[in-house]
Design a protein. Sequence first.
Lengths: 168, 338
Amino acid sequence: MKTMSHSKKIYLGAGAALLGSLGTVAIFARAPFTDAQIAQQSQELLEVVNKGRDLWHGSNPSMSNNGLACGNCHPDAAASNPQTFPKWVPQLNAVAPMREMINWCIVHPQGGTALDVASADMVALEAYAVYLYRGEKIQPGYTVPTPPIPVKSGVGYPYKASGIGVDK
Amino acid sequence: MSDSKDLTRRHFLGLAGQAGVAGFAARAIGFNIGLVELIHAEPTKTAVTPFSFAIITDSHLFSIPDHKFDRALEDAVAQVNALSPAPDFVVYTGDIAQNGREDQLVKGQKILSKLKVPLKVIPGEHDWYLDLGKTWNGLFGKETWSFDHKGVHLIGLNSILVKDFWTGANMTPVQRMGVMEMLESPIAGPWGVRDAQLEFLRKDVAKLSPSTAVVIFTHSPLWDYYPRWNFQTQDAPEIREILGKFDHVVSLHGHVHQTIYNKFANFSSAGALSTSWPWPYPPVALDYPGSQMNQADPANTKDGMGTQHVNLGAAGGVVTYDPFANSLTPFLKDGLKV
């Protein structure tokens, strides 16, 4: 009967210990986020979303030389379908991410200067559109429904990140 | 008008209206029940002399010189001037300007002055909220009006009036205008024509016979299409109630930048193509989805925009859209019966 050499036993023992330790690391990679951490992360996101909303409505003059902003043709990011990108974009004759389509709109209908695709402004624009469409179905020309809420003047829609009019 | 004549006409219009709805629904699902033959088979006497008028709307002119929207409005004027037969008049249903500035309104007036036929105008929110209509009134007169033409009573109302949100907030006129410019802004709240114009409307139609054909123009639709974008008029139910005595009311509006149709009892409504940009259809189920045009191609700077003209006669009217590009579905190319 062959017996395992001492050195092999050592290697196997070390391997088992490593696997066990990896398993432990995988399960307990970090402690769950606390409520305070989740609130802080959500706030960070919503601040970027709000910045994107302002950019969508013309807060960066370099994005337009004719007064038009994204919101002119896409109120509430309507018919922009951010959840469907990357996809074939006829204007670019390629499969492209949303940021490339945003730049096409900036350059063509708006006559402005394209953004750096990795810029904070571009991230904010994408964040705004994607936030509005989270979990929505993919449908050409689709606009996310935005039910009204009671406001001071009657029935309206929240401006700030407490919902941006779409949290149900 | 005698009672017997009234009855004949009212019976006819009721039948024609039913035929119109049935025909519309039938065509929407792909077949034709001979609507034209049905209407023309019913003899009638009417005080309406057939005529047409055109609608131009929502040019959103900027102050920037030689802006593409200037050229679009010039194209619209040329298109209407080329209609044959010529329309009797043109109605502009609001939003000449983008920011309500005097130079924008003056530029629009100058371009519209090239129309070969008379012009009637009502305001949109983009025309109004920089100086609360002062410049607009100076250029175009009263925003509330009515007149009779060839047996039809036509009414124009200012439907973009909101409660004062600016005084308490110490807003400047530019800030006030900025709030109103944004379609999905929650701050201003819903629009309406408000009490004074409702009273005007009551008095204006009080002595008219129910058989009188009525056409009403507003910037925003007189039904709750999509209130989030103010595709509504808050006191539209009251307007429809005041006009409820008439056999046939046609409501024509701007603001929505798209083809759209709806009908309530005696009340037919149609939206107008803008000359500036098209809006996507909002996420609501429509009773008449066939009234939607094709989704616009953003690479075609004229797609989804244009003008429209309306033919009115004894049996009602037809709205014919005249797009700058090939934006219409085959169904829409026949026009919308209103």
